[in-house]
Design a protein around this ligand. Structure first.
Ligand code: F6P
Length: 500
């Protein structure tokens, strides 16, 4: 049964009503369609639903059993049935479940945190000044985001990231560093990822001394074969998905960049969001609001893309991070039971930091033919001394959400703004480890709840395998050993060989 049936009727009913009209008819929605969870405030008043449509959405949430689904996630139920796995990232950050699986995972997580603290201390007492983090996807994007957001000038270590198999990535990073004052962490859940193993090999040779090489992985045997001993290897587990893993030892670069105490504050912030998502009533539940809004925009308004627009330079990597979290989790066309979905699933997520992006793609947001729902994210307290800049930043943030919603009439069609472009505003009181932890956990739970509403598995990613397999098959042909099966690829390989 399509649980989303019925949303279309509300969308049709509202088709002739503009956002400005919705707000005029119901001014109280500015306050009523807002929630606060600790330092995180969210306002949904500029979404293109009214209270009747919201009632329908919350009825869907009830029927889909979102409250029970949140509980199952945190309790360690098998929420990833295609791989027979739990997704216990909640256990990495707090005690939000008494279930046996969650308690066992929590004990392992705490033991790993103790080892992270010890290894951080050892590195802190050494001559090492620079850390090179080597990983890709979930073993890179989370640490990269959080380090960029929270590392303070003058910190004990400088962090550098190498992910791309393109050798330019390693060359650029290593060129500026002294191998004798550097350590490298090779991060890979499987320790079988081509990019990471190649870049790890470059780092091992460049360091010239294996004693400053560390690893994070589930696969101790492959790590040992690579030449990193158990005392410099931190664990990962099957019950943590790669894109949900920054809270585990995959976050070791974060702990080194911001200190273990602030890393634990990040975890505590996420745990606060876990507690909220698991216990707040549906109508008071920020993760549920966010997920229902995503489903409304996708399945009722048929938005093909979703923008994420952080108005804080420190969060400029958030769109990259969310692209993996959201699109690798929800880019599916079949239900959990293998049957084809009868509704659209994930839109394309994209974005960038304001105000820069106002001078690049905002033209299309205001006057393009596609309506792009947007999450605007702001930080109220500045951590720099440039007050006029911060006031200008916040004024721009407010202005864009208003201008997109209301538009502006004009006799000149070129100067007319249609408005009616929906957005959610998420505001952090300040950017702290705890508030960032909450924000990321909010998106994680929203993604999971969207998967429940769509009846899909948020925790597998078989779609990324085929390309890897074909690349492995083609590598020998590229190296001059054998031919490709595919006629076009064969022709392209000839071109590669002739021109290299
Ligand atoms: O690209 C697919 C993927 O499996 C991601 O899900 C994962 O985060 C990334 O590759 C890296 O995997 P690993 O941590 O095993 O190297």
């Amino acid at each position: 049964m399509n649980v989303l049936a019925g949303l279309g009727a509300h969308a049709q009913r509202l088709a002739g009503t503009s956002l400005a009209g919705l707000i005029q008819a119901d001014p109280a929605r500015a306050r009523d369609l807002a929630l606060r969870v600790g330092p995180l405030y969210a306002n949904f008043a500029r979404q293109r639903y009214d209270r009747a449509a919201l009632d329908a959405l919350f009825a869907i949430a009830e029927r889909a059993g979102l409250a029970g689904a949140m509980r199952r996630l945190l309790d360690g139920a098998i929420v990833n049935p295609t791989e027979g796995r739990a997704a216990l990232h909640g256990a990495l950050r707090g005690d939000n479940s008494m279930a046996q699986a969650a308690c066992a995972a929590r004990a392992q997580a705490l033991a790993a945190q103790a080892r992270m603290r010890a290894l951080s201390g050892q590195l802190g007492a050494s001559d090492v000044t620079d850390i090179v983090s080597i990983g890709i996807g979930g073993s890179d994007l989370g640490p990269r985001l959080v380090v960029d957001a929270l590392a303070l000038p003058g910190a004990r270590f400088r962090l550098h990231f190498v992910s791309n198999v393109d050798g330019n990535a390693a060359q650029r990073v290593l060129a500026g560093l002294d191998p004798k004052r550097s350590a490298a962490i090779v991060i890979s859940k499987t320790f079988g990822t081509q990019e990471t193993l190649l870049n790890g090999g470059i780092a091992r040779e460049w360091l010239g001394d294996d004693s400053r090489l560390y690893a994070v992985s589930t696969n101790a045997r492959r790590v040992a074969d690579f030449g990193i001993p158990p005392e410099r290897t931190l664990p990962m587990w099957d019950w943590v998905g790669g894109r949900y893993s920054l809270w585990s030892a995959v976050g070791f670069p974060i702990a080194l960049a911001i200190g273990m105490d602030r890393f634990e504050a990040l975890l505590a912030g996420a745990a606060q969001m876990d507690a909220h998502a698991a216990s707040a009533a549906l109508r008071d539940n920020l993760a549920v609001w966010h997920a229902l809004t995503a489903v409304w925009n996708r399945n009722a308004l048929h938005a093909a893309t979703q923008a994420v627009l952080p108005y804080d330079e420190r969060l400029k990597l958030l769109p990259n991070y969310l692209q993996q979290l959201v699109m690798e989790s929800l880019g599916k066309s079949v239900h959990v039971d293998g049957s084809a979905v009868e509704h659209a699933t994930v839109p394309v997520w994209w974005g960038g930091a304001g105000t820069d992006t106002q001078h690049s793609f905002f033209q299309a947001l205001h006057q393009g033919t596609q309506v792009v729902p947007a999450d605007f994210i702001g930080v109220l307290r500045a951590d720099h001394p440039y007050r006029p800049n911060h006031e200008a930043l916040l004024a721009n943030l407010l202005a864009q959400t208003e201008a997109l919603a209301n538009g502006q009439a004009s006799d000149d069609p070129h100067r007319r703004y249609p408005g009616n472009r929906p957005s959610t505003l998420l505001l952090l009181d300040a950017l702290t480890p705890a508030s960032l932890g909450m924000l990321i956990a909010l998106y994680e739970h929203s993604v999971y709840l969207q998967s429940v509403l769509w009846g899909i598995n948020a925790f597998d990613q078989f779609g990324v395998e085929l390309g890897k397999q074909v690349a492995n098959r083609l590598l020998p042909a590229l190296q001059g050993d054998g031919e490709a099966d595919d006629a076009v690829t064969r022709e392209l390989l000839r071109e590669f060989t002739a021109r290299r």
